[in-house]
Design a protein around this ligand. Structure first.
Ligand code: CA
Length: 128
């Protein structure tokens, strides 16, 4: 049983790294700010390292609100779904980056994706 668990854990880490290839990646760890993200939610933070304002939802969100619009710098996908990020409200403006698989997390978005998210969709597959 133990070897199977370790193998599954390695697979999850590999998946997380693959999904955010090109970005700076750190697997989710038990930081105080990260723990503010509720289970089954997709969470975005205003600043790097999961700090600053936090917005979270377990469902698609047509507008993340004036307080977080164009401010997302780090994220953690705690849903079991794939999350697609959009540059404008109502899922318009094109995708900010490739879809985020379950448990995908980035503590600092690359420059080209930083401070651009306005809406996101939670679905069984990537929509970008
Ligand atoms: Ca920001």
């Amino acid at each position: 049983m133990a070897p199977r668990s370790r193998s599954r854990a390695r697979g999850l880490v590999a998946l997380t790294i693959l999904v955010v290839a090109g970005g700076t990646v750190r697997a989710p760890t038990a930081g105080a700010a990260m723990n503010d993200c509720p289970p089954s939610h997709f969470c975005v933070w205003e600043h790097a390292d999961y700090t600053g304002r936090l917005y979270s939802s377990s469902a698609s969100t047509a507008y993340i609100g004036a307080l977080m619009n164009d401010r997302t710098t780090s994220y953690w996908n705690r849903t079991r779904m794939v999350v697609s990020l959009y540059q404008d409200a109502d899922y318009h403006g094109g995708c900010v980056m490739q879809p985020i698989s379950p448990n995908g997390a980035v503590f600092l978005l690359p420059e080209w994706a930083n401070d651009r998210v306005s809406s996101f969709r939670v679905a069984s597959g990537g929509l970008c």
